[in-house]
Design a protein around this ligand. Structure first.
Ligand SMILES: O=C(O)CCC(=O)C(=O)O
Length: 243
């Protein structure tokens, strides 16, 4: 990892490392994700993994637990190029606790409001919990890049409340989000955005005619515990988790 990435991560709570995977590797995983999400959509229909356009058209919003669904995803996220960088950032071996692929389809990929992952996870210590978000498409402002409040990971967890009509989205009160400190995490496909569990982050709608797929992987170190059931089904606790 570039020293600049390491410094940026600890200073701002997030950082981009380009070219961790090749564009071809990202394309292959993006295609598998697309095929799987179409399968899930036809099986499960209009449920919570779905995004809806203004005129009622539906498209996949996310894939839950992809790691458990395709061996190609397992090999991809446990690749040493990624886990080596995570070990550098965490100062200890990274253990995969969970994952999801955010699909954000062209034109109606919905916004993800501001939140801190560790409000949901309730893990301690928060410094040992990190997300590696792997870009499966070129990601810019127009197709819904991640956005961060710089250095918000240094300010502790703030209370989140349910968004009316979106029970799966909990958000802090808007007055506690200092948009003057907002930065955009632009990244090319195959690059990775790392963020600290207490970094405030969001993404806007995909306004473009291109996909914006991001493979979010969540990692902890062995000393992390949670006051919730976050780690009960963590992948690294499974008998079949690779050594
Ligand atoms: O992909 C997105 O738009 C949201 C991702 C996110 O919130 C996360 O990875 O923690």
């Amino acid at each position: 990892m570039r020293p600049e990435t390491f410094r940026h991560y600890w200073e701002k709570g997030w950082a981009v490392e380009e070219g961790v995977f090749s564009r071809e590797e990202a394309d292959r995983i993006a295609q598998i994700a697309l095929d799987l999400s179409q399968e899930e959509l036809s099986r499960e229909g209009d449920n919570y993994v779905v995004d809806k356009s203004a005129d009622g058209e539906i498209a996949p919003r996310k894939i839950d637990t992809p790691f458990l669904k395709r061996s190609e995803f397992q090999a991809f996220v446990l690749d040493k190029r990624l886990t080596g960088m995570l070990a550098e950032l965490l100062g200890a071996p990274p253990l995969l606790s969970g994952d999801q692929i955010f699909m954000k389809p062209p034109h109606f990929g919905s916004a993800k409001p501001y939140h801190q992952d560790n409000f949901y996870f309730q893990c301690d210590p928060g410094d040992h919990v990190i997300t590696a978000w792997i870009a499966l498409d070129d990601v810019g402002e127009e197709n819904g890049c991640l956005r961060y409040i710089d250095s918000s990971h240094k300010e502790g967890i703030i209370a989140h409340e349910a968004v009316p009509g979106e029970p799966y989205n909990l958000v802090p009160p808007p007055e506690l989000i200092d948009l003057q400190r907002e930065s955009l995490a632009l990244v090319k496909k195959g690059g990775v955005v790392f963020h600290h569990s207490e970094a405030l982050h969001t993404s806007h709608r995909n306004e473009s005619d291109r996909w914006r797929r991001g493979y979010a992987t969540h990692w902890v170190t062995a000393d992390v515990s949670s006051t919730k059931d976050t780690l009960d089904r963590a992948y690294f606790r499974r008998d079949d988790y690779p050594d």
